[in-house]
Structures are given as structure tokens and as C-alpha cells.
Design a protein around this ligand. Structure first.
Ligand code: HEM
Length: 485
């Protein structure tokens, strides 16, 4: 640890009033959002305010602001300690805050508020979350063979394209593979989305449906001259759900037919079939596909850029253990200490879902490293996770990708890895809002690296911003095949 964090042990720290201002009700919100999207950009928006207020806890407005959010005022928590208040479910409410200070219309989800928008105090949250945890546990035996099957198609596609063009986009193949995996996980390993009305377009339908819901938080990266027009068009009124109604209908029908066994099980669990299916589509498209679409390119971006030295160490570890253990199994993956650490490091340095929100259920006192702050009941708390997981008081060289960071004693730092909306050392349950697929995501990232380094010795990558603003765009500019594969 770079230095000890005084507030970790709950010691008494001076009580300070929270710095920062919201400005005038309407104009303050507009001004902050222009800083955020156009004048400063996301990271500078936060870092300049940390400097200005000399505090990692401060008041600000968060986009989208008027007229889409009725109240854009938040208390930002941007260090590893104060961020943890967002996981304290008895103290904070997470009702309708998945996307921040606004909630897309329930017309995007069949008229239902789906699980991710429910607070832990709502009985249906516990019911849906328990069902998801039960479902994922029941599919445990499928995870490795199913994902490896999906990956063999991905790597065959990458190889073909690479030998043709001398470079290849990872995202194109990763998006399709992610959708196939999610579909087959929920609908049965032998199902194939191509044999449904979705054909080979399922993931594109999800992307359009996601983009319309999340438009108020996006930016097209157009030249400066268009900034005000874009801001007005995306953030004045929400885009209506009817724009994607027919796409959503197709997705709903495909899942309601193909996932019938999963929906039978949901009914046995006490869920209404129709509501369960809308929940399943949201989980498949928003939580799972949306998550993987960003996660795998982020992983390959950091690992690909880390250089031949780390690639050799990973290949040596992976090949030796797979050989000794006779294959890729839960037990063999567990033994790969460097591979595990590299995955955690990618999850730390660039958490896929960077924003978390919650409202104080009661008057609270929170702590940063050096001070305590009072928060009033009903105030919105907002965490920008990359600042918390790159907190220099917790992580040495926080901006550097250090592959072996979590090896050996380094695993003590795992409690500061928050990508799943909870500590990496804790588990999702019906009583919290941690991602129910936390362990699945970590497992798949490990398998991705294992399959990669069984096939290739090393690679080089070009990294850009992804067209969807989610994750990264990764192009392999060299792929050196393993001589032993
Ligand atoms: C890399 C992929 C994934 C990432 C990065 C991710 C991340 C997250 C995060 C950060 C949350 C909390 C959101 C919030 O309340 O602020 C969450 C919740 C959730 N995730 Fe994941 N997730 C991923 C994959 C999946 C998969 C594969 C599934 C299901 C198969 C899933 C199902 C859910 C559900 C149902 C919730 C809501 C939990 C609740 O309301 O208690 N996620 N996920």
C-alpha cells in the first residue's frame, strides 16, 4: 500500500463542511455539464475540482441536468474510502439510480422497473436477485465449455482476418462472441441466436436499444462547432422509447421462446413470466452484453499494450499449468496467480461501469482519508470509480498497469477493487446491489487470457475510443502464433 489510510480504521477525523457549489439552479447545472462534456472533459472535470477544493469529496452537478433530470445536484466521492458509502445498503438507497440523476422510461423494458433499478428495501429486488444468483449457480458447469466454444469461433475469425489484412479489430469479433455467449447461457448451450428471428443482428438490436436509453449521457465527439447543438438535442428531452419499440419486441420474442426453460424456472421461483422475461432481456442486453462489450476490449487493451515481457510471463504460467493439470478447469485457473492478478489489475485501472449513485437514507457522516463530512437524508451521492480505484493513498503508481500487483501479499489490496459495485473480497447477495455475475466475469476474463496465450506468444495493439463510447477500440497490429500450439 502506498501509505496507510487513516480513515480505514474508523478513527476520528476533523468534520469539514463539503466544499463546492451547485450554482444557480438551472444555469449551474448547464455550466457543469458543458465543463464535463466539452470544456474540460470527464477526467479533468473531476481532477480540477479535487485541486480547487483540495478535497476528494465535493458538491457538483452531474449530467444530464435540465430538463431530463429533475435534480442534478450530487456529492461526489472520489477516493477509495469515501467511495465505500455507496455499498452500504442499510445507509443508502439505490432506487432508480442505475443511470444516475435520471431514469429512462419503463417503456424501454415492457413497463416494468427491472431489477437493476430496484432498491434493496423493495421485496421484488430480493426475489429477482435470488433468482439470478440461483440461475447462475445452476449454470456453473456450463461456464468453461460454453465460453471456450464461443472463443474458438472468435479466434478463428481473428486469425482469418489477420492473415488477410495484416491487422484485425478485436471489437468486431468480441461483440458478436459476447452476444452469442449471453444468449446461449440464458437459452441453453445448444441454442443459436442465428436460428431465431434475430438472425445475426441480435447484438446490433441491443446496441441501438442501449444507445437510445443512454443518449443523455453520451457525446458523439463531433467538432466543437456542433457542441451546443448536440447538447441541446441529447439532453433537453429524452429520446422516446418508440424509436426502438420494434427492435425491442423482436428481442423480447426471441428470448421468450428460446429461454422458455429459464422462464419456467422463474415461474417456479414465484416470478410472473412476462415480468421475468422483460427482466431477462434487460439483464442480457444491458447488464451482460453491455458489460462484456466493454470489458473484453478493456482487458485486451491493457494486456496487449503491456509488452512482450508480461506476455511471456503469462504464456509461461498458463502453458505450464494447463499441461500439469491436463486442461482448463476451475482448479487449473485458480492456480494461475499472475493471470488472476492481471485480470484484477485491468478491472482496477479501468472499471467498466465507472459511475455509481445512491441516496442517503438518513443523515450520515462519511470519511475520506483526511476528513469527515456530513450528508443530509435524501442527498444524492455519486462516485466516479476510476478515481477511487486509482487512489494514490492506496495503490502505488496508480496510473500504471502493474500485472503482478495482486500477486502474493498484493491480494490484500483486492478489497479496494470495486468494479462489481462492491468490494472484490465480498459476494453478491439479495441484500446488496453487487453484480450477481461478479465471479463469472472474473472467470471469463481469465479464460480469455488463457485461450489467447495458448494460441499466441505476443501481440501489439492500436487502441482508440470505441464508437459507442463504451470501453475501448482495440486493433491487433501483430499476432505472433505460439510455436507449440
Ligand atoms: C463485464 C461484465 C459486467 C460488468 C462490468 C458488470 C457490472 C455491474 C455493476 C457495476 C453493477 C451495479 C450497477 C449499479 O447498481 O450501480 C451490476 C449489476 C448487475 N449485473 Fe452486472 N456486470 C457484468 C456482467 C453481468 C452479467 C454477465 C450478468 C448476468 C448474467 C449481470 C447481471 C447484473 C444484474 C442483474 C445486476 C443488478 C444487481 C442488483 O440489482 O442487485 N452482470 N453489474
Amino acid at each position: 500500500m502506498a501509505s496507510s489510510s487513516p480513515s480505514d480504521g474508523g478513527s476520528k477525523l476533523p468534520l469539514k463542511s463539503i466544499p463546492g457549489t451547485y450554482g444557480l439552479r438551472f444555469f449551474g447545472a448547464i455550466s457543469d455539464r458543458h465543463d464535463y462534456f466539452y470544456r474540460q472533459g470527464r477526467d479533468k472535470f473531476f481532477s480540477s475540482r479535487i485541486q480547487k477544493y483540495n478535497s476528494t469529496v465535493f458538491r457538483t452537478n452531474m449530467p444530464p441536468g435540465p430538463f431530463i433530470s429533475s435534480d442534478s445536484r450530487v456529492i461526489a466521492v472520489l477516493d477509495a474510502i469515501s467511495f465505500q458509502i455507496l455499498f452500504d445498503n442499510p445507509k443508502v438507497e439505490k432506487r432508480n439510480v442505475l443511470d444516475g440523476t435520471f431514469m429512462p422510461s419503463t417503456a424501454f423494458t415492457g413497463g416494468y422497473r427491472v431489477c437493476a433499478f430496484l432498491d434493496t428495501s423493495e421485496p421484488s429486488h430480493a426475489l429477482f436477485k435470488s433468482f439470478y444468483l440461483h440461475f447462475l449457480a445452476s449454470q456453473h458447469h456450463n461456464f468453461i465449455p460454453l465460453f471456450r466454444d464461443c472463443l474458438s469461433e472468435l479466434f478463428a475469425g481473428l486469425d482469418d482476418k489477420f492473415s488477410d489484412k495484416g491487422k484485425v479489430s478485436f471489437n468486431t469479433f468480441s461483440d458478436k462472441m459476447s452476444f452469442d455467449f449471453v444468449f446461449r447461457l440464458l437459452c441453453g448451450p445448444n441454442s443459436d441466436p442465428k436460428n431465431t428471428e434475430l438472425g445475426s443482428n441480435g447484438y446490433k438490436l441491443f446496441e441501438i436499444w442501449l444507445a437510445v436509453q443512454l443518449a443523455p449521457l453520451g457525446s458523439l465527439g463531433l467538432p466543437k462547432i456542433f457542441n451546443y447543438v448536440e447538447d441541446f438535442l441529447l439532453r433537453t428531452l429524452p429520446l422516446p422509447a418508440w424509436m426502438v419499440k420494434s427492435d425491442y419486441k423482436k428481442l423480447y420474442h426471441a428470448f421468450s421462446k428460446a429461454a422458455s426453460a429459464t422462464l419456467d424456472e422463474a415461474e417456479r421461483f414465484g416470478l410472473k413470466r412476462d415480468e421475468a422475461c422483460h427482466n431477462l432481456v434487460f439483464m442480457a442486453g444491458f447488464n451482460a452484453y453491455g458489460g462484456f462489450k466493454s470489458q473484453f476490449p478493456i482487458l485486451m487493451k491493457w494486456v496487449g499494450s503491456a509488452g512482450a515481457g508480461l506476455h511471456k510471463d503469462l504464456a509461461d504460467e498458463i502453458r505450464a499449468i494447463v499441461k500439469a493439470e491436463g486442461g482448463i478447469t476451475f482448479a487449473s485457473l485458480e492456480k494461475m496467480t499472475l493471470t488472476k492478478s492481471v485480470v484484477y489489475e485491468a478491472l482496477r485501472i479501468e472499471p467498466t461501469v465507472p459511475y455509481q449513485y445512491a441516496k442517503a437514507r438518513e443523515d450520515l457522516v462519511i470519511q475520506s482519508h483526511d476528513a469527515s463530512y456530513e450528508i443530509k437524508k435524501g442527498e444524492m451521492i455519486f462516485g466516479f470509480q476510476p478515481f477511487a480505484t486509482k487512489d494514490p493513498f492506496v495503490f502505488e503508481n496508480p496510473e500504471l498497469f502493474v500485472g503482478h500487483r495482486f500477486v502474493g501479499e498484493g491480494d490484500k489490496l483486492l478489497k479496494y477493487v470495486y468494479w462489481s459495485n462492491g468490494r472484490e473480497t465480498e459476494e453478491p447477495s439479495k441484500d446488496n446491489k453487487q453484480c450477481p455475475a461478479k465471479n463469472l466475469v472474473v472467470l471469463l476474463c481469465r479464460i480469455m487470457l488463457v485461450e489467447f496465450f495458448l494460441r499466441y506468444d505476443t501481440c501489439t495493439v492500436d487502441v482508440g475510443k470505441s464508437s459507442s463510447n463504451l470501453g475501448a477500440s482495440v486493433t491487433f497490429t501483430s499476432l505472433t502464433k505460439s510455436s507449440s500450439h
